[in-house]
Design a protein around this ligand. Structure first.
Ligand code: CP
Ligand code: NVA
Length: 316
């Protein structure tokens, strides 16, 4: 199998989409497509290599798709949940990182504070892949961009409307969309907008790719004429204590058929999952004909195999 893209990826870690150039993102999407077309064919890109999943939070998609992907690439996977590696509590994050580097070829980390993935990367001699932190979810955003390209045959010139919380998924989408020329409109309740510095970073990329970024408090303005409607939970992992306030503050930001009527006729609905029907999205929309949420979930596998090959694989 020809591995296009592999030679362009020089960086060791994938902590944020800041770590990839627009060209590298395009290369990863191409490699993802090849891997998907290969239809789960096994290969030896990770033969003899072991990757650990250091997870401080629960996971379905990220854990299972990485474990299966590593297996399909001929590698071995060790899952280290919150009760094994209690980052910064049982021992320092630096000591965890230095120790694991002596055994492993790569680490996928899911943390609370983004600073923990940064610290793991600073002290590790093996690549660190961010499998979700409170600030970013780069593997999800790369998958989402791949899924959009798969459905529309392009990313440039399309408009994605993200409705809900300016959270980790929103931040990564913001950087990713700006890098590939996908216009993004974000509608959040007041005080839930993405951080100013992340918007500014994305605006810098957007200038180069001629992409429009809009941040508003109006879901209707964001969805009008959009090709993609995206939502995520209103209460992210680690924010459970704020549930009551958040559910109240996000009232009016639900994606329902009244809202989707404003989008283009052939819009797609996306959600990173897990979803809460009746909160951020109605069952009619997420289970309806425009929804691609399970294609998205499947594509995590293909995209992450491309990431693993690019960062850890045997070079051709
Ligand atoms: N979308 C996503 O990352 O799902 P999990 O939390 O189940 O891994
Ligand atoms: N924003 C969500 C994404 C879950 C995949 C969270 O952090 O819980």
């Amino acid at each position: 199998m020809k591995m296009t893209g592999v030679t362009h990826i020089m960086k060791r870690d994938l902590l944020s989409l800041q770590d990839l150039s627009g060209e590298e993102v395009v290369d990863l999407l191409e490699l993802t497509e090849q891997l998907k077309q290969d239809n789960y064919q096994l290969n030896n890109q990770l033969k003899g290599k072991t990757v650990a999943l250091v997870f401080q939070k629960p996971s379905n998609r990220t854990r299972v798709s990485f474990e299966v992907g590593i297996f399909q690439l001929g590698g071995n996977c060790v899952y280290l949940g919150p009760t094994e590696i209690n980052l910064g509590v049982r021992e320092s994050t630096a000591d965890v990182s230095k120790t694991l580097s002596r055994y492993l070829d790569g680490i996928v980390a899911r943390t609370h504070a983004h600073q923990d993935v940064i610290e793991l990367a600073e002290h590790s001699s093996v690549p660190i892949i961010n499998g979700l932190s409170d600030l970013y979810h780069p593997c999800q955003a790369l998958t989402d961009i791949f899924s959009i390209k798969e459905k529309f045959g392009k990313t440039e010139g399309l408009t994605l409307a993200y409705i809900g919380d300016g959270n980790n998924v929103c931040n990564s989408l913001l950087l990713g969309c700006a890098k590939v020329g996908l216009n993004m409109r974000i509608a959040t309740p007041p005080n839930y907008e993405p951080q100013k510095n992340i918007i500014e970073l994305a605006e810098g990329y957007a200038k180069e790719t001629n992409t429009e970024i809009t941040v508003t408090n109006s879901p209707q303005d964001a969805v009008k004429g959009a090709d993609v409607i995206y939502s995520d939970v209103w209460v992210s992992m680690g924010q459970e204590e704020e549930s009551k306030k958040r559910l109240n503050d996000f009232n009016g930001y639900q994606i329902n058929e009244k809202l989707t009527d404003l989008a283009t006729k052939d819009f797609i609905f996306m959600h990173c999952l897990p979803a809460h029907r009746g909160q951020e999205v109605t069952a009619e929309v997420i289970d309806g004909e425009h929804s691609i949420v399970f294609d998205q979930a499947e594509n995590r596998l293909h995209t992450q195999k491309a990431i693993l090959i690019s960062l850890l694989g045997e070079k051709p």
